[in-house]
Design a protein around this ligand. Structure first.
Ligand SMILES: C[C@H](O)[C@@H](O)[C@@H](O)[C@H](O)C(=O)O
Ligand SMILES: [Mg+2]
Length: 448
């Protein structure tokens, strides 16, 4: 690796008006405009690293401010200085004596940390000429461990235990890598059943998905029980008894309500209920898990789980049966590694959250690494897939027969097309200028 200094960081507010067609809608987020805070870092020898974090439109400008506030930690640093003590660098970003007050390690500042560190990881992988998953797979276990901040989790996973897991994962890793290159990592789709889609659209999308090899489907629920019953019945009938169905309430219910509601949907045999209640309610998730276990329904959560400490407690309390890591909510690869290793120790399968804009591109790298070097298992495991906005990326995901095919291009698949970034910048990009013009203003409340 060359001794390159990071000399510039820029960040853009890039938004896509997905709410116009109800893409991505759920029981709590009825009009999401899939967006990113998009970070580009540049070195003195002209190498670039790209990073992002995912948002829903309004408020992205706040994440931009947080990224700007963190930029001083990055500019002037050499890449090798960072990666030779990545744990220390992670700590600087997350534990600054003044800035940690606006976190710590949660909310907007953690989203910004993710965006910045994702760019650093992309830069590292590019400088090594490898896709990120391969950089991780080839990395010495001790070096991987040196990227993780174990503060607050040693009561659940010590550094030695983490190292032992990784050393064990070295056995058979070449075969698993070959298997992934040949067959890919199994995926499920959420694209067919957003909450705002009418039944007709649901049927059409489901028919298309079935014909292209999808067998696992997630349905949005939680706004109206009768609608949920009708929609789940429809999907179950279409996918047949052997298809896999998941349901996702996006935090809509109180604990008791979650149990009653999901019990009414049990006849459709969902594998999991996702985000039944507040993402912060660990004991609530534990109570729901306990109540639903006899029905064979697990609890999945994580897309809004702030950090490794929350995941630790969810695991310690047996509050979830599926860990949904998120490449842009946790503190980048560093913190995701901690969660993958804890999930392995607690023997809970990881089924990453993806979709949005760019989440599939990023998280595929993490789950490939998880399979090849950590879990070594595909039991009850799959990665989410959503079929939106991939065309805006330089190296979009490749799905074959409902599997993620390992990316080959160097980096973290985070780079967006310049044209896409320019056209979708908020509010000055053409796409938004056109939407703001009186003649085209379709739904002013969502885009004001
Ligand atoms: C607002 C978003 O589309 C969410 O609905 C989405 O992340 C969802 O929870 C998912 O699991 O894909
Ligand atoms: Mg979800």
């Amino acid at each position: 690796m060359s001794k390159t200094e990071i000399v510039r960081l820029s960040v853009s507010d890039v938004r896509f008006p997905t709410s116009l067609e109800q893409h991505g809608s759920d029981a709590m987020h009825t009009d999401p405009d899939y967006s990113v805070a998009y970070v580009v870092i540049e070195t003195d020898d002209g190498l670039k690293g790209y990073g992002l974090t995912f948002t829903l439109g309004k408020g992205t400008e706040i994440v931009l401010c947080a990224v700007e506030a963190l930029s001083g930690f990055v500019i002037g640093k050499h890449l090798d200085e960072i990666v030779n003590d990545f744990r220390g660098f992670y700590r600087q970003l997350t534990s600054d004596g003044q800035m940690r007050w606006i976190g710590p390690e949660k909310g907007v500042i953690q989203l910004a940390t993710a965006a910045v560190l994702n760019a650093v990881w992309d830069l590292w992988a590019r400088s090594e000429g490898k896709p990120l998953w391969k950089l991780l797979v080839d990395m010495d276990p001790k070096k991987l461990i040196s990227c993780i901040d174990f503060r607050y989790i040693t009561d659940a996973l010590t550094e030695q235990e983490a190292l032992d897991i990784l050393l064990k994962g070295q056995e058979g890793k070449r075969q698993r890598e070959e298997q992934m290159l040949e067959k890919g990592y199994p995926a499920y789709t959420t694209s067919c059943a957003w909450l705002g889609y009418p039944d007709q659209q649901l049927k059409q999308l489901c028919t298309e998905a079935l014909s292209t090899g999808w067998t696992r489907f997630k349905v949005k629920v939680g706004a109206d029980l009768q609608d949920d019953i009708r929609r789940c019945r429809l999907i179950r009938q279409m996918i047949g008894p052997s298809g896999t169905l998941m349901i996702d309430a996006n935090q809509r219910w109180d604990v008791g309500e979650a149990v009653t509601w999901v019990t009414r949907l049990a006849e459709f045999r969902p594998l999991w209920i996702e985000e039944p209640t507040s993402p912060d309610d660990i004991l609530g998730h534990a109570a729901i898990s306990k109540a639903l276990a006899p029905l064979g329904i697990g609890v999945a959560t994580g897309e809004q789980c702030h950090n490794r400490v929350m995941f630790k407690q969810l695991l310690q309390a047996s509050a979830l049966q599926f860990v949904q890591i998120d490449s842009c909510r946790l503190g980048s690869v560093n913190e995701n590694l901690a969660v993958l290793l804890m999930a392995c120790k607690f023997q809970v399968p990881v089924c990453p959250h993806a979709g949005g804009v760019g989440l599939c591109e990023l998280v595929q790298h993490l789950i490939l690494f998880d399979y090849i070097c950590v879990s070594a298992s595909l039991d009850n495991r799959m990665c989410e897939y959503v079929d939106h906005l991939h065309e805006h990326f330089k190296s979009p995901v490749i799905i074959r027969d409902a599997h993620y095919m390992p990316p080959k291009d160097p980096g973290y698949s985070t780079e967006m097309l310049e044209e896409s970034v320019r056209r979708h910048q908020y509010p000055q990009g053409e796409v938004w200028q056109e939407l703001q013009s009186p003649a085209k203003r379709a739904r002013p409340s969502a885009h004001s």
